[in-house]
Ligand binder design. Structure first.
Ligand code: ME8
Length: 507
């Protein structure tokens, strides 16, 4: 049977310009999507924009244009970011698209028909920034827990009977211990749900920018019910008998920031259960970045612009840093010093230098062709075996979204290869034992090939360049080429080597 993998990012609010936080979430998904493709999965990687709601309506009004024109314009910023970051998403969904409006209205009809939605009146606090409802007791100093201002709302509203889903949700979490990760976040959700759930207001009447509630023109759908549904829209819902839906849904992974875990791990599964649809397999909540120790915010003016990072440090170095520096799931602090340290130590020094030394030596002294190895000794075999077996460990780490661990283990092999070069000193074997020199260099090139193959998901361009320099054909860069299957052919001509990771020198 074909192996499939459906992975999603949150859909981003279009009122914001894309910043490091958005880039980070999508980057993590991109690395995982690329890993799975290389590992033979049929991957569907979805991202997009969340375009309805009061927040976007306000932003459009402030910009003095219609909400539709506004969203058309700013949604493009997120597509542009995907190109700049070299994201490999297969689809980009906008909640204003007809396919999504059809899906959102259909899930509404299902919830209504099954008796889980009823008409009443809402009176309570609303935070436009969070697009969330709060009770008096949830407020902190008169604000939402996120610090966002709240306003009093009283209006006719449809409600979803969330209170009835407490036990089914708790049962589901218990039966699927990996549904919410990391574990600390899972515990937070369980304790929140255990505290009891209130029915949720799922329609609004006091503004217009949203999807119409079917058969009741006075109401628009609550933006989170609309937005969460994007994940099944892109899987082909409501055509649930289609091959597309059958192969994609349920999703393998919803990647989100910790700020929106409750929507994904409580509301969304409850909506799906009520609509009699399967639940996604996992929701992973990653942490938040701060900037040089400070919370990132527009008002502080310290928002990190991904374009500036790419321009300053290079795309692949930026991608590497974001996934290597912070244990995935934890909060992390961005500092330019930490970035420079990573670039100069891990990339320029450890991997870059290793590749450069080996390739330029082979270029000069082995006729710019893959050397013909003699018999490999135990040391050679041991190093090669480490490089070849990395994939088993990396599968495990990628499946746990532990990107930092995957990179850490890969760099342990980089370290072992550097020690091997120093010990074997191929440069001094040139005169004394050229056959042994060829064997050592061949072993090193094979190790570099493996390092490049498994690091492609994080640094696709740099690793493509390294594989080009090793004369690995484009058709031999999947994980099935690990080991003897894709071994370098002795005698193959090599191109002129070029550095892959320049040292960062402050301007
Ligand atoms: O919440 N560090 O959209 P949004 C890390 N439209 N990640 C960050 C971050 C930071 N400092 N700031 C933002 C929404 N993020 C809804 C989602 S899904 C059906 C609807 C990331 O534009 C993180 O992934 O506010 C967070 O969850 C997301 O941006 C919020 O994006």
């Amino acid at each position: 049977m074909e192996k499939t993998f459906y992975i999603t990012t949150p859909i981003y609010y279009v009122n914001d310009v894309p910043h490091i936080g958005h880039a980070y979430t999508t980057l993590a998904c991109d690395a995982l999507a690329r890993f799975k493709r290389l590992d033979g999965f049929n991957v569907h990687f979805l991202t997009g924009t969340d375009e309805h709601g009061q927040k976007v309506e306000k932003a459009a009004a402030d910009a003095g244009i219609s909400a539709q024109d506004f969203t058309d314009k700013v949604s493009q910023n997120f597509r542009d970011l995907a190109v700049a970051m070299n994201f490999s998403n297969d689809d980009f969904i906008r909640t204003t698209e007809p396919r999504h409006i059809v899906a959102a209205q259909e899930i509404w009809r299902r919830l209504l028909a099954s008796g889980h939605i009823y008409l009443d009146k809402y009176a309570g606090w609303y935070s436009v920034r969070d697009e969330g409802f709060f009770t008096e007791s949830e407020l902190v100093d008169g604000k939402a827990p996120s610090g966002a201002p709240v306003e009093w709302v009283e209006e006719a509203s449809y409600f979803f009977d969330l209170s009835k889903w407490q036990q089914p949700l708790l049962d589901f979490y218990a039966a699927h211990p990996d549904f919410i990760l990391p574990e600390t976040r899972r515990n937070e959700v369980i304790s929140f749900v255990s505290g009891g759930l209130r029915d949720l207001s799922v329609s609004r009447t006091s503004f217009n920018w949203g999807i119409d509630v079917p058969d009741d023109a006075d109401h628009i759908m609550y933006v989170w019910l609309d937005a969460l549904t994007n994940y099944i829209t892109a899987a082909g819902f409501p055509d649930i008998t289609s091959d597309t839906y059958q192969t994609r849904w349920p999703a393998d992974l919803h990647m989100v920031g910790k700020d929106i875990l409750r929507f994904h791990a409580v509301y969304w599964p409850a909506f799906l259960m009520a609509a009699d649809l399967p639940l996604p397999k996992r929701v992973f909540a990653h942490g938040w970045w701060t900037n040089e120790g400070e919370k990132i915010s527009k008002s502080l003016g310290n928002v990190i612009d991904p374009y500036v990072l790419i321009e300053t440090y290079g795309l692949d170095a930026t991608r590497y840093f974001l996934l290597r520096e912070v244990p995935f799931g934890n909060d992390g602090d961005f500092s330019s010093q930490a970035m420079i340290n990573r670039i100069n130590a891990d990339l320029a020094n450890d991997l870059g230098n290793l590749a450069q030394r080996v390739l330029s030596f082979v270029g000069k002294h082995c006729g710019a062709a893959v050397p013909t190895p003699g018999t490999l000794n135990a040391t050679d075999h041991a190093l090669l075996a480490r490089a070849e077996s990395l994939i088993t460990r990396l599968r495990y780490h990628y499946d746990a979204q532990a990107f930092h661990r995957a990179l850490e283990e890969t760099w342990e092999v980089v370290g072992a290869a550097n020690r091997y070069v120093d010990e074997q000193a191929p440069w001094s074997l040139r005169k004394t034992d050229p056959e042994r020199m060829a064997t050592v260099l061949y072993t090193l090139m094979e190790v570099l090939r493996h390092l490049a193959l498994v690091t492609q998901p994080v640094m696709p361009q740099a690793m493509a360049s390294l594989l080009d320099q090793l004369a690995v054909p484009a058709s031999a860069r999947a994980f099935t080429d690990i080991g003897a299957a894709g071994a370098l052919a002795a005698g193959a001509a090599l191109p002129q080597p070029v550095g892959i990771f320049p040292r960062y020198v402050a301007a």
